[in-house]
Design a protein around this ligand. Structure first.
Ligand code: HH2
Length: 291
């Protein structure tokens, strides 16, 4: 299986690690760490040295309770870093839901649009119309896109989590989102899908999505999953009061379980530790298949 992105056709025969680069003052686990483009680029280089296959740049936090940022501010944080990051020789993804930001990022050479809104969001006040995000992606000849499931929106999603059987509902949502994008002319191999761990879901629903993750595989698109440092892990690990940055071990465990159940890309803060764990998984997998 491959993931076609603007400049790179990623071979997913082996699982890939997407390293998170948060250019925000307020991200839930690492906000404010990267003060300015210089620090952000050094962080990009460090993640690559640790084995990241993809860099995911995000300039607006989507943590529970986060407010939306004007596109101009998001662009002011993002573009100076993106301009340099696209020279680092790996696919660069932009974590945004705003059509205007997607367009500017793609124009500057971004390889992937990673959208927590699955291309549904538009800014009516700025004259955008429904479908603007999908059109921005469809206009590009080859960029990759990740469509994520989210129930509600970041400002309120954890106050009113989804009701019902998450695995079936998430599957139906992702199937429809991918079909709509393919119908807009985007080749299937450009599209990855993400169940959206922590986005409007209870702890139990997040783990039900992991337990039944294989049900998403027959949608025919690579699965990208992001458990990294999320509070459901702290709840399961008996670390409820832990600082997010202290959740490395549960995060690595979840990434490994997600890969074991078919995820091809894991979105993580702790690249070095995740890469080491995946090497062990790989060694065990090849031993298994050779025996
Ligand atoms: N999670 C976050 C942000 N973007 N994108 C995808 N595809 N999947 C995810 O699970 C996902 C995502 C939240 O994590 P983080 O970027 O660390 O925090 P914040 O949104 O506070 O910047």
């Amino acid at each position: 299986m491959f993931w076609q992105t603007a400049r790179f056709r990623l071979d997913l025969a082996q699982p890939r690690v997407m390293g998170i680069v948060n250019l925000t003052p307020d991200s839930f686990s690492d906000g404010g760490r990267l003060d300015g483009p210089g620090a952000a680029l050094r962080h990009c280089e460090q993640l690559l040295a640790e084995g990241a296959d993809i860099l995911d740049l995000g300039a607006e936090s989507s943590r529970p309770g986060a407010a939306s940022l004007p596109a101009e501010q998001e662009l002011a944080r993002l573009l100076p870093v993106l301009r340099e990051a696209v020279r680092l020789g790996v696919p660069v993804s932009v974590d945004t839901y705003k059509p205007q930001v997607m367009q500017a990022a793609l124009d500057l050479g971004a390889d992937i649009v990673n959208d927590i809104w699955a291309l549904r969001w538009y800014d009516a006040a700025a004259g955008e119309v429904p479908g603007a995000a999908r059109a921005a992606v469809a206009r590009h000849p080859a960029c990759g896109v990740c469509l994520m499931h989210m129930h509600g929106e970041p400002a309120t999603m954890q106050r009113e989590p989804m009701q019902g059987e998450a695995p079936a509902l998430v599957r139906a949502f992702l199937a429809e989102a991918a079909a709509a994008l393919r119908a807009a002319g985007v080749a299937g191999e450009r599209i990855a899908l993400d169940p959206g761990i922590g986005f409007g879901k209870t702890v139990e629903q997040n783990f039900a999505l992991l337990a039944r993750q294989r049900e998403l595989l027959d949608l025919g698109h690579p699965l990208l999953v992001g458990w990294s440092r999320k509070s459901s892990l702290a709840a399961a690990a008996g670390m409820r009061d832990s600082a997010p940055a202290a959740r490395v071990l549960p995060s690595v465990a979840a990434a490994l379980l997600a890969v074991e159940r078919g995820a091809r890309i894991v979105r993580v803060h702790d690249v070095r530790e995740t890469v080491a764990a995946l090497r062990v998984w790989r060694a065990a997998s090849s031993f298994h298949s050779n025996s």
